[in-house]
Design a protein around this ligand. Structure first.
Ligand SMILES: [Zn+2]
Ligand SMILES: [Zn+2]
Length: 273
């Protein structure tokens, strides 16, 4: 009896059949289930297309009405929440003050009545000089003060913030290549470079020497990727090549650099190793 050659198993029906391997998920499928699998994938592609269309719509909306941007919405929310917090606190403080107001008024009425009696008496007896007048004045001032700020109350500014500040930070990273022309001095150009093809890294400005040519010029910064020296590209070049080019250059040296902070971090990590 001829033995049937053993076949691979379909990952869907688990039957031994002629199968085809999907290069994406590396699973084997019988012909029937391969069709199903293709349909599944096609469904996923549809979903991506739908999401793309939705995103297209969002982009158009935001282009026409920038207030729809999510960050602006976040700022609006922060504003609303902060105002609510302040309103709530102010309401509580007012309630607290109103509770003590009745007491304060009654007490002030009593004290004013006393002062009124004293005034009448002073007038009747016609026996007063500057000292008595000053005393009466002080009493009246005191009453007014206590009405505004009863002695059992005080208001102070808390050092703890009721609301939290938020900030929007625009990073100052230049992403476009910049041309920098430095005039070579006796001591050189005043910067050091790191990286290079042998380290699988672009060539970077790793240090700006204080008070040197580059430092005084002010445009070159640590983390700039060096793209070319006097028109000669150093992208994908060895470290020494770039060093030589910089050394050979006379008078005005034209550098093309590009600042990319994310690469800078990688470079720093690289330096730390
Ligand atoms: Zn199958
Ligand atoms: Zn697959």
């Amino acid at each position: 009896m001829a033995t049937v050659p053993s076949k691979a198993r379909c990952s869907t029906c688990d039957k031994e059949k002629n199968t085809v391997r999907c290069e994406g998920c590396l699973k084997l499928f019988c012909y029937n289930h391969l069709t199903d699998h293709r349909q599944e994938l096609s469904g996923e592609l549809n979903e991506i297309e739908i999401n793309r269309d939705l995103f297209r719509q969002t982009l158009t909306e935001q282009a026409h009405d920038p207030t729809k941007r999510i960050l602006i919405k976040k700022i609006n929310k922060w504003e609303e929440d902060s105002i609510k917090t302040i309103h709530k606190a102010a309401h509580e403080y007012r309630q607290l003050l109103l509770q003590t107001t009745a007491e304060n008024i009654t007490e002030t009425e009593l004290n004013l009545a006393k002062l009124t009696d004293q005034l009448k008496q002073t007038r009747q007896e016609n026996d007063f000089n500057e000292i008595d007048l000053n005393h009466l004045k002080r009493m009246l001032t005191q009453l007014a003060k206590r009405l505004d700020m009863p002695p059992n109350l005080s208001m102070k500014e808390d050092s703890v913030a009721l609301i939290h500040r938020i900030s929007i930070v625009l990073s100052s990273g230049h992403t476009n290549p910049r041309v920098i022309e430095l005039r070579k001095a006796a001591e050189g150009l005043g910067f050091r470079i790191a990286g290079g093809r042998e380290e699988n890294s672009p060539i970077y400005i790793s240090h700006i020497i204080p008070y040197g040519v580059a430092w005084k010029h002010g445009e070159l910064k640590k983390g700039d990727q060096l793209l070319s020296v006097n028109g000669v590209s150093v992208e994908n070049e060895y470290h020494e090549t770039a060093v030589c080019l910089v050394k050979q250059a006379q008078d005005i040296v034209k550098l093309v650099v590009q600042y990319s902070p994310q690469d800078l971090n990688e470079m720093e990590n690289h330096f730390d190793q």
